[in-house]
Design a protein around this ligand. Structure first.
Ligand SMILES: *Cc1c(COP(=O)(O)O)cnc(C)c1O
Length: 355
C-alpha cells in the first residue's frame, strides 16, 4: 500500500533526494567509493558543499555580506550559539511555542532577555500581534513556524533592531528578505535533508561585538573562515541537502514551492473546516501551511482513536499530534505531494460518512 508521510521531522524528502543519496551511498561522484567513506577534504566533497552554499544563496536571494554555514548540533545548538556570539546586554524574544521557549532559556545564560510577547497562556494557539520590539535590545528573535502548535508568521517583521529567526520548519516555503536579518537558522530535517545538519545564514557584520571568550567550535567566525569544514561536517546530510536544493531550483525555486504549499494547506484546512467531525486548533489567521493541527470536535471526541486507526489502515503515517497538543498533526512539507493531502482528505470524508 502507498504510504503518505506526514511526519513532522525527520520528515518526507523528495524521491529525487532519496534516490540520488542512495546512488551516492553506493558510488559517490564516480569515485568508486561510497559517500559514507570519502574524506570531507576530497575535491568531490568540496564541490558538494560549495554548490550547496551557492544554491542556498541563489534560492534565498542571500545578499553580499552574509555567509551560509552547514553546522552540526541541530537547531537546538543555535539556541545557545547565537546569544553566545551576538548577545551583549539584552535580547528580545517572542515566545510562540516549545522551540521559542527553549531558545529563551539558553539566551538567559548570556544576558537579559525581554520576552516581548507570549501566547503561552492559551497553549500557544495564536501568534501575539500587539507588541513592541525594544530599540535598545541587541536583537529580536522569533520562530517563524511553530512546528508543534501549527502556527506560523509568514511575513518578515519590521524591526528597529537586528532580527534572528528560527526557520527550521518553514525555510524554503516562502520568499523572504534576508537583508532584514542578522541570522537565520534551520535544522535540515523538516524541509531539506536528513537530520544532522543545520543551515545558518549569518551576517558578517553581526559578529565580533561581544566581549566574552567564545569556544572555537561555537564561534561562527571559525566556521566562516574554514568554509564549514573546521571539523568534519555531516557529509551525508549535506549531500542530501544539495540534492533537494537542486530539485527546488529545477522545479521553479522557492516561489513555486510556496505556491504548492499554499495550495496543499488550503485544501486540508478547507476540509477541516467543512467536516463535522474535526476542527482546527489555532487562530485562523495564524495557521501554519507546514504543520496542520486539528482535533475531533468535542461531540466526536471518543472517535479519535478510531480515526487514527482508520487513517493508518489507509496508509497515512505520522499524523498523531504532538503529545503537548493531542489530536492530529499533518505536516505538509515541500516534498509532500498534493496526492497525499488528497488521500488524507478522502480519509476524513470517508470517516465522516460512516458516523
Ligand atoms: C525541530 C525544530 C527545532 C529543533 O531542531 P533540532 O535539530 O532537533 O535541534 C527547533 N526549532 C524548530 C522550529 C523546529 O521545528
Amino acid at each position: 500500500m502507498k504510504k503518505h508521510n506526514f511526519y513532522a521531522g525527520p520528515s518526507i524528502l523528495t524521491p529525487y533526494t532519496i534516490q540520488k543519496t542512495a546512488d551516492a551511498v553506493i558510488n559517490f561522484a564516480d569515485t568508486g567509493l561510497s559517500l559514507l567513506e570519502v574524506s570531507h577534504r576530497s575535491k568531490e566533497f568540496q564541490a558538494v558543499i560549495d554548490e550547496a552554499a551557492a544554491l542556498t544563496k541563489e534560492l534565498l536571494n542571500v545578499p553580499e555580506g552574509y555567509h551560509v554555514l552547514f553546522l552540526g548540533g541541530g537547531a537546538s545548538l543555535q539556541f545557545c550559539m547565537l546569544p553566545f556570539n551576538l548577545l551583549k546586554k539584552k535580547a528580545a524574544y517572542i515566545n510562540t511555542g516549545t522551540w521559542a521557549t527553549n531558545a529563551i532559556k539558553e539566551a538567559k545564560l548570556f544576558g537579559e532577555v525581554e520576552v516581548v510577547a507570549s501566547s503561552e497562556d492559551t497553549k500557544f494557539n495564536y501568534i501575539p500581534k500587539d507588541f513592541v520590539i525594544p530599540a535598545d535590545a541587541d536583537y529580536f528573535h522569533y520562530t517563524s513556524n511553530n512546528t508543534i502548535y501549527g502556527t506560523e508568521t509568514r511575513k518578515d517583521y519590521d524591526s528597529p533592531i537586528p532580527m534572528i529567526c528560527d526557520m527550521s520548519s518553514d525555510i524554503f516555503s516562502r520568499e523572504f528578505d534576508v537583508s532584514k536579518y542578522d541570522a537565520i537558522y534551520a535544522g535540515a530535517q523538516k524541509n531539506l535533508a536528513p537530520s544532522g545538519v543545520t543551515i545558518v545564514i549569518i551576517k558578517e557584520d553581526a559578529l565580533g561585538h561581544v566581549d566574552r571568550p567564545i569556544p572555537t567550535m561555537l564561534d561562527y567566525r571559525t566556521h566562516i573562515k574554514k568554509g564549514s569544514m573546521f571539523n568534519t561536517p555531516p557529509v551525508l546530510p549535506i549531500y542530501s541537502a544539495l540534492m533537494t536544493l537542486r530539485y527546488y531550483k529545477e522545479q521553479g525555486g522557492v516561489k513555486e514551492m510556496e505556491r504548492r504549499d499554499l495550495e496543499k494547506a488550503a485544501m486540508l484546512y478547507d476540509e477541516i473546516d467543512r467536516n463535522k467531525l474535526f476542527r482546527g486548533t489555532v487562530a485562523e489567521e495564524d495557521r501554519s501551511i507546514m504543520n496542520v493541527c486539528f482535533v475531533m470536535n468535542p461531540e466526536y471526541a471518543e472517535l479519535e482513536k478510531d480515526f487514527f486507526d482508520f487513517a493508518t489502515s489507509k496508509g497515512m503515517v505520522g499524523i498523531k499530534g504532538h503529545r503537548s497538543v493531542g489530536g492530529f498533526r499533518a505536516s505538509l512539507y515541500n516534498a509532500l505531494p498534493k496526492e497525499s493531502v488528497q488521500a488524507l482528505i478522502d480519509c476524513m470524508k470517508e470517516f465522516e460518512a460512516k458516523h
